[in-house]
Design a protein. Structure first.
Length: 136
């Protein structure tokens, strides 16, 4: 006859499978943020040339606003770089929580809303700069 020790709890299969699904979902989410970050960095690199071509099409002298173009390009590159770092930290925190015996849901601010706000602010700034240059 096998005695069961009350201190030896066998893991709940449903809980363990749910944790595994959450782990895989966290992996997919991290990879998605990395793809978005790489896209933002790439956009930052090509943004200067694209806006310069737009200026030529609008018959605006692009040499007058060369520094703001570089600043906007750097904003996209730095946003992508910062985003991948924040996503990696968020991923690590999620993995730590999943490794705990009792998983507790914690409400967090949405990284997507934060990045969307930053991109909207950058986009509006670029539009304002182009409109003020085309009016002058």
């Amino acid at each position: 006859m096998v005695k069961s020790n009350p201190s030896d709890k066998s893991p709940n299969l449903q809980v363990e499978l749910a944790k595994e699904r959450n782990r895989v979902a966290a992996d997919r989410t991290l990879l998605s943020w990395i793809r978005i970050s790489v896209s933002l960095i790439g956009l930052g690199f090509i943004l200067e040339e694209a806006i310069e071509q737009l200026y030529l099409w609008l018959e605006i002298d692009p040499t007058r606003t060369l520094i703001p173009l570089k600043v906007f390009s750097l904003l996209f590159v730095s946003t992508g770089g910062i985003l991948v770092v924040i996503a990696a930290f968020d991923y690590q925190e999620e993995i730590k929580r999943l490794q705990q015996p009792e998983y507790l849901y914690q409400h967090r601010k949405s990284l997507g809303i934060i990045v969307s706000g930053i991109l909207v602010a950058i986009g509006i700034s670029i539009c304002v700069m182009i409109l003020t240059e085309s009016i002058q």
